[in-house]
Design a protein around this ligand. Structure first.
Ligand SMILES: Cc1ncc(COP(=O)(O)O)c(C=O)c1O
Length: 476
């Protein structure tokens, strides 16, 4: 077993909290293990970072928090309090926004499936929809006729050209065919005459700045083509996929990747449980592909990522200039990146044991569903919170969870602890607010869901639903 560090970046509030172990032990004894913490002030800071970039370039803009990345209703309420919007992926998320009091103009609906119930709800509340396909347009037109209403809509696009290729997505209208579709149907005599075209939307897979800039240029060109025909594009929404950075060291990131590839060789030590290659494959003794993991270390994150898109130049003109000249509002839907440093998950050590191959397994009172994303592993070191400092040697461990599955490893990577863990010690996994806490959360085995504690370090917030507000007086 070999541990290679992947040191997390820690926001000052996490560093402060890490000095107050009594408080964390207190939470675990009150609310059980694991618990999730959400810091609404940090959510606000991330929003401000995006705001500042848009303001710097004088852009009309709107930020919608992609709620799918974290289920806490308190975040929706905080978005309302802080003056930004929410992107919703289901009727349940939509209803929460309305119940919390967001205005229709601060809600966008990108739900992958929009059934009659959702569409009727949106029409009743005049909440604009982002449309993905012609069947959705048909259903919306039918509902609008029944209600004798009209509705503002955005059209989702895909199939952009980038470096001689087209960027595939299962979502959206083909960008090369949508113009004819609009001309034919979105007019007073067309079959979608109750749908008011208002703007375009796309959300690209992956995290490429240049792909997003290409898509944005093509969408602006499309807006120019349709304008003389009476179609005014008031906004372009470029979705999410804005990078955030979890890790402090580029060298550690590179060394881990190198060691992971090397580990496949017979005589090399494992750096992940049973030499899991995290999505790479072994073909004729050679490691093929790249790990299927989020780029946990990256240099271009959050505001800078957006700025880089805005500054991309084509034929002497920059993206932001083109938008400003046309008075087009730029929208984004950050999920993960607006939650950077805003949350963490704490779990309690239940047991230690040695497996038959000599590894030290540390059982945590949690399960894999309580900290999982689409990434093959969460490549960020946790913080260790012991009940007391011991004089024992550091030890290398794997964390396992409460499911009856062989695969219930909380992290696949081998982790080093500064001392031998004791039952009741705590592990704090930082930066779990984006997707990790809730996206795959399940109640198999009848396990309770983790409690969500809402904190604010600079001001007092409310907590919504069954979330618990905790006044944390940290020196941040
Ligand atoms: C339409 C849409 N908008 C926004 C997001 C949020 O993306 P991210 O969390 O990467 O910012 C997603 C994520 O899947 C999405 O599908």
């Amino acid at each position: 077993m070999k541990y290679l560090p992947l040191t997390p970046i820690l926001h000052p509030w996490i560093e402060e909290l890490n000095k107050d172990h009594d408080l964390i032990f207190d939470w675990i004894s009150k609310f059980g293990s694991p618990i999730n913490l959400i810091n609404l002030d940090v959510f606000g800071e991330n929003f401000q970072e995006f705001e500042q970039v848009f303001n710097k370039y004088g852009l009309k803009h709107k930020i919608f928090f992609a709620r799918k990345s974290n289920k806490c209703k308190s975040l929706v309420w905080a978005a309302k309090e802080l003056g930004f919007g929410v992107d919703t992926a289901s009727i349940e998320e939509l209803e929460d926004c309305v119940a919390i009091g967001l205005e229709a103009s601060s809600i966008t609906v990108t739900a992958a499936i929009k059934n009659q119930k959702l569409i009727e709800y949106a029409v009743k509340h005049q909440i604009p929809l982002i449309l993905d396909n012609e069947d959705e347009c048909d259903l919306l037109q039918k509902v609008l006729q029944e209600y004798d209403e009209t509705l503002n809509v955005g059209i989702r696009l895909s199939g952009f050209r980038h470096k001689e290729q087209r960027l595939y997505s299962r979502f959206g209208f083909d960008v090369e065919k949508v113009k004819d579709f609009l001309f034919l149907h979105f007019n007073p005599r067309g079959k979608f005459n109750r749908l008011n075209f208002d703007g375009f939307h796309f959300h690209l897979n992956g995290y490429s700045v240049s792909e997003r800039a290409s898509a944005l240029f093509q969408t602006i060109a499309l807006a120019d083509e349709i304008r003389p025909h009476g179609f005014d594009t008031s906004f372009i929404d470029i979705g999410g996929g804005i990078l955030m950075n979890y890790l402090a060291s580029a060298a550690e990131w590179d060394e881990f990747h190198q060691a992971l590839k090397e580990s496949a060789k017979n005589e090399k030590e494992e750096v992940t449980f049973q030499k899991d290659l995290l999505g790479m494959t072994l073909q004729n003794g050679q490691v093929v592909g790249e790990p299927k993991v989020y780029p946990y270390f990256n240099k271009l994150s959050q505001g800078k990522f957006i700025e880089e898109i805005l500054l991309t130049e084509k034929q002497g003109q920059r993206c932001y200039d083109l938008l400003n000249e046309r008075n087009i509002e730029l929208r984004i839907e950050p999920g993960r990146s607006i939650l950077a440093q805003a949350g963490l998950t704490v779990a309690k050590v239940a047991y230690r044991k040695q497996d038959a191959e000599g590894r030290l397994l540390v059982g945590l009172e949690m399960n894999k569903s309580q900290m999982t994303s689409a990434s093959a592993d969460f490549l960020v070191d946790p913080l260790f919170i012991p009940q007391e400092k011991l004089n024992s040697e550091p030890c290398e461990v794997y964390f396992v969870g409460g499911y009856c599955l062989e695969q219930d490893f909380i992290l696949k990577r081998c982790i080093r602890l500064p001392q031998f863990p004791q039952i009741g010690d705590l592990l704090c996994f930082v930066n779990t607010a984006g997707y990790m806490m809730h996206f795959y959360e399940r109640q198999a085995h009848g396990f309770d869901l983790a409690k969500n504690l809402i904190i604010g370090t600079k001001r007092t917030w409310e907590a919504k639903s069954d979330e618990i507000f905790w006044e944390a007086r940290l020196n941040t």
